[in-house]
Each structure stands twice: as structure tokens, then as C-alpha cells.
Design a protein around this ligand. Structure first.
Ligand code: IMP
Length: 432
């Protein structure tokens, strides 16, 4: 009964889409379990680059079925746009190929307006959200006042509930945030139409997945964001409002704990972050420009969802060790190793120094919430100059690149099974 969970080990944008694309070849079902269209997964196939935000990125493979689990928050407008985008690229998305959990919550224009108004009100302390309405939609879920996908099964009732929800949001927008109200009548009309179009995709995905596992099928759970953005285990309050860690795959898909075979932690070969919050190994200047790229190439370090330039820095192994603990990785997939080519020496953060006591720490005493209290302790490793984009086997990598990988394995105590050395599907080194 194999369930393979792929998660991000950092602050998102680790290149999970690449790894999922590779693993989805053997999977019959690919499933999203957390977050919403705040995610952005880029997959390059030949000349075509797909940027998916909500649909599981493994759906690029025509043999797979896509599932959106109860842990996801769904913006119906974005979902319908993405279905259309894939259809135009020749990839069919029908109710036979895509199933949506009846229990997934809906993101409305009200949630998006609240996200904007709340960020504005936070002023200097803003989180730097993606403005996709994620926080307000999960807030409604926890407050037990949200709209679930199952309500779309009756478009009239859904449109009515939608209107009432927007009226409540308008009250908050106007009175609490002095923001402009939305037009509930107009939005309810659109909601009615969307419910009619999406109703046939809605069902009990937990049951579907359970049966598939019973039949021995291979299911791939695709995490969005990364462990350091986890609501409980991340750099709170600069986090997202869902749990991108592996245990959440079970909760967010309606599965029990006895089906997990692999947990693949996708790790970029360096560190990036988009949005606010502390980042101990952040760098600027020339090496930062090299890591970030210019933005010309789709895989340069600019947000897939927002287009914002990402903050960049050296790989932080204290944080990677921490996320290994809360995720239980069985293996790591290291992405973008080719980007490090030509940087010499390389640095990795192996410990932290407490700024107040000067004490050197291997582990964070209270998790990653207050990272500004610590300074990184670096170890230098030799870089390499050879072009590694043609490497396909372990032996093809220069000795310095192999040492870099081996040191990560040693410090995290998790084997590295995959290394990506370029944006193309084939540019992967699989390590036995
Ligand atoms: P939200 O998820 O839009 O509420 O944003 C909360 C924080 O998570 C912000 O710092 C975002 O930049 C970050 N974030 C959300 N989704 C992603 C992602 O897919 N990649 C990287 N950062 C993300």
C-alpha cells in the first residue's frame, strides 16, 4: 500500500515540481493535501513550461489521476483557469481525471480582499503573504464558518451562502479595515456558474485513495510550500496557514498512518525565502546575484505566484536537521546543484551561535520561531568550476560536488537519492 509523500524542506520553492514530475511516472494518483494557489510549481517539458498553482503538478502526465484533498483551500476561479490552461496545452482534465474533496474549503473574493486589508493593517509587521486569501480562508475553516466544496453540489444554495458570506466580509472590510466593499450580487452570480461547472468533480477522495491503496496502486502526495512555513513548526508568525509537513498529507487526504512508504524531502542546494521573516544565512551582493539569476529564465529565483525576487543565502543544515525531525524524511532530493558551479568556496551553516550567550548550538532550543537571536556558524567547502549540467551518474560529478552532497548526508543523517543539475526532465542524477 505505498503512499509516497514529497515535501519541501525549506521555505518553499525547493523545486518540488521537478521531483514530483519524475516520481509521477510510476504513480497512478497524484494528490495535493495542503495550501492553495499560493503554491507555484514549475515543470519544464521540452519547449513547454507549466506553472501550476493548484492542480497537482503530476497531472502533466496523462496517465495520472489528480486529487485535491480536504486539507486544500480552493479558489474556484483559479481552478477553472488552470483546467482550461492545461486543456489548451492538450492535457485533458475531466471529472474522470480530477477529483475534489467535498470537505476542501473555498477561497472567495472576500478572503482575498481581507488578506489585502489585513496585510495593509499590519504595516511594518506584514507577513508578505501571496495575497491569495489563504489565511482568511483557513481562519474561516477553523472558526467553523467556511464554505466547503460540497456546498457547490446545490448551486442555488451555494450562491445564497456565498452572498451571505460576502455581506459579512463587507462589514469587516468597511468597519474594521476602512476598505472598499465587494458586490455580493455580482459575485454570487459568478459563484452559481462556477458551482455548476465544478459539481461533477466533487466526491469523497479519502474513499477513492483508500481503495487505490488497497489495490496496491502507488499514490504520490505533493506538498506545497515548505516545512519552515508550517503553521506549527515554521518560523511563526511568518508562516502560511496550513501544514506543509509530511504528517499533514494523511490528515489532508483522509488517510490513516499505516500506508506511508517514502517521505522525500526536497532541498534546494542553497537557501531561498520569499516574504518577510528572519533568514540567518541570507546573503547579498555578487554571490546573491549568482544564486538568484536575472529573472530571464523560468527557473531563476523569482516567485512563480507573485514574481517577487526571492531572498537567497547559504544552505542551512541546522534548519534542515530540524525539518528532518518533524517530517521523518526517508530520503532527500537535492535540486539546483548546477547553480553552485563557479562559486568557490561554498559555505554551509552547520551550527548557530546564540547572540546573547555566545554559546554554539547544534539544535534550536525552541524551534525556528526566533531565528534573529542566532548567528550562523559556517563551514567552508571547496567549490567546482566544471559544467555539471550533463552529469547523469554519481561518477560524473566532480569530487567537490560529491563532497558537498556527502557532507549534507552526514550532517542530516538522511541519504540523498536524487540530485538535479539543470531544468530539463533528463537533468537528474539518481544515486543508488
Ligand atoms: P500566504 O500563504 O499567502 O498566507 O503567505 C504566508 C507566507 O508564506 C509568505 O511569506 C509567503 O511568501 C509564503 N509562501 C506561501 N506560499 C509559498 C510558496 O509556495 N512558496 C514560497 N513561499 C510561500
Amino acid at each position: 500500500m505505498p503512499l509516497n509523500i514529497v515535501v519541501g524542506t525549506q521555505w518553499g520553492d525547493e523545486g518540488k515540481g521537478r521531483v514530483v514530475d519524475l516520481l509521477a511516472r510510476q504513480a497512478s494518483i497524484v494528490a495535493r493535501f495542503n495550501g492553495g494557489d499560493n503554491a507555484g510549481h514549475t515543470v519544464t517539458v521540452g519547449q513547454q513550461t507549466f506553472k501550476l498553482h493548484l492542480l497537482p503538478s503530476g497531472m502533466i502526465h496523462p496517465h495520472t489521476m489528480g486529487v485535491i484533498g480536504n486539507g486544500v483551500v480552493v479558489n474556484p476561479t483559479k481552478l477553472l483557469d488552470e483546467i482550461e490552461m492545461l486543456k489548451e496545452a492538450g492535457i485533458q482534465v475531466t471529472p474522470e481525471r480530477l477529483r475534489l474533496s467535498y470537505a476542501a474549503h473555498i477561497i472567495t473574493p472576500g478572503h482575498i480582499a481581507l488578506d489585502e486589508a489585513m496585510e495593509k493593517a499590519r504595516g511594518e509587521g506584514k507577513i508578505g503573504t501571496t495575497m491569495r486569501g489563504i489565511g482568511p480562508a483557513y481562519t474561516d475553516k477553523v472558526a467553523r464558518s467556511g464554505l466547503r466544496m460540497e456546498s457547490m453540489l446545490s448551486p442555488e444554495e451555494y450562491a445564497e451562502a456565498f452572498k451571505e458570506h460576502l455581506e459579512e466580509v463587507n462589514w469587516r472590510l468597511v468597519n474594521q479595515y476602512q476598505a472598499s466593499p465587494l458586490d455580493p450580487e455580482k459575485a454570487a452570480g459568478l459563484a452559481f456558474d462556477q458551482a455548476r461547472r465544478l459539481a461533477s468533480y466533487i466526491g469523497d477522495v479519502s474513499q477513492l485513495l483508500h481503495l487505490a491503496l488497497k489495490n496496491g496502486e502507488y499514490i504520490l502526495a505533493e506538498g506545497a510550500q515548505g516545512a519552515l512555513l508550517d503553521l506549527d513548526h515554521g518560523t511563526y508568525p511568518f508562516v502560511t496557514s496550513s501544514s506543509p509537513t509530511a504528517p499533514s498529507a494523511l490528515l489532508g487526504l483522509g488517510l490513516g498512518v499505516n500506508c506511508v512508504e517514502q517521505v522525500v524531502g526536497v532541498t534546494k542546494s542553497f537557501q531561498t525565502r520569499v516574504g518577510a521573516g528572519s533568514f540567518p544565512t541570507e546573503i547579498s551582493g555578487e554571490p546573491a546575484l549568482r544564486l538568484r539569476g536575472t529573472g530571464e529564465k523560468p527557473w531563476d529565483e523569482y516567485g512563480t505566484t507573485t514574481g517577487r525576487p526571492r531572498r537567497v543565502g547559504w544552505l542551512d543544515l541546522v534548519l534542515l536537521r530540524f525539518t528532518a525531525r518533524v517530517n521523518g524524511y526517508t530520503e532527500l532530493a537535492l535540486t539546483k546543484l548546477d547553480v553552485l558551479t563557479g562559486i568557490d568556496p561554498l559555505q554551509i551553516c552547520v551550527a548557530y551561535r546564540d547572540r546573547r550567550t555566545n554559546e554554539e548550538l547544534q539544535e534550536l532550543p525552541l524551534g525556528p520561531g526566533k531565528l534573529m537571536d542566532y548567528a550562523p556558524v559556517y563551514e567552508q567547502l571547496p567549490g567546482w568550476r566544471e559544467d555539471i549540467t550533463g552529469a547523469r551518474r554519481w561518477e560524473d560529478l566532480p569530487p567537490q560536488a560529491r563532497s558537498y552532497i556527502l557532507r549534507i548526508e552526514e550532517l542530516v543523517q538522511v541519504p540523498v537519492s536524487l540530485v538535479s543539475v539543470g531544468p530539463e526532465r533528463s537533468q537528474i542524477v539518481e544515486i543508488e
